[in-house]
Write a protein that binds this ligand. Structure first.
Ligand code: ADP
Length: 152
């Protein structure tokens, strides 16, 4: 059976922290679906179209990485597309506590396993929210995000 993983997130915007996790997951799965969750109560800096385009451009030459959008529960989306795994990155103890509760809840509600990759030492401090703060204040984020984000 082909193994696919859903990497859910806001990706507002895509950072080198996200690409580190995606790049390291590529050899582990036959296909990775980067799934942008659409939460109507959340305010985003980048539009859904922009966030999707950043990921599509970054992975345009990698056929087993695809981008999709979804709303509702991540496990429902996984079941809909027939994916058995959720992929998440862990940066720190706060991520762990938060992710643990979600992963255990998802396991209780479904058979879907969450696979965690530990952040790399050189990207562990990168977060989309800090990148957004820098952008709001007209700072340079080029060392934290893929080229397509600063060019777009
Ligand atoms: P969410 O709103 O779902 O947390 P994000 O786009 O912020 O969406 O994050 C998506 C995933 O990427 C999460 O699993 C998060 O832990 C992971 N991630 C974000 N930044 C990093 C990083 N610097 N290193 C490792 N994982 C990261």
């Amino acid at each position: 059976m082909k193994k696919s993983a859903v990497f859910p997130g806001s990706f507002d915007p895509l950072t080198l922290g996200h690409t580190d996790i995606i790049d390291r997951a590529i050899p582990l799965f036959d296909k990775i679906i980067i799934a942008i969750g659409t939460n109507s109560s959340k305010q985003y800096m980048f539009t859904l179209k922009q966030r999707k385009a950043f990921i599509e451009k970054t992975y345009e030459n990698v056929p087993n990485v695809v981008v999709d959008t979804y709303n509702g529960l991540t496990i429902d989306y996984c079941n809909k597309i027939g994916s058995q795994y959720i992929l998440r990155g862990l940066r720190n103890p706060a991520d762990f506590e938060f992710e643990k509760a979600i992963a255990q809840t998802n396991r209780k509600m479904s058979k879907i396993e969450t696979v965690f990759l530990l952040t790399s030492a050189d990207t562990s401090y990168i977060s989309s929210s800090i990148v957004r703060d820098i952008l709001i204040n007209k700072g340079d984020v080029s060392m934290f995000v893929p080229k397509v984000v600063t060019e777009g």
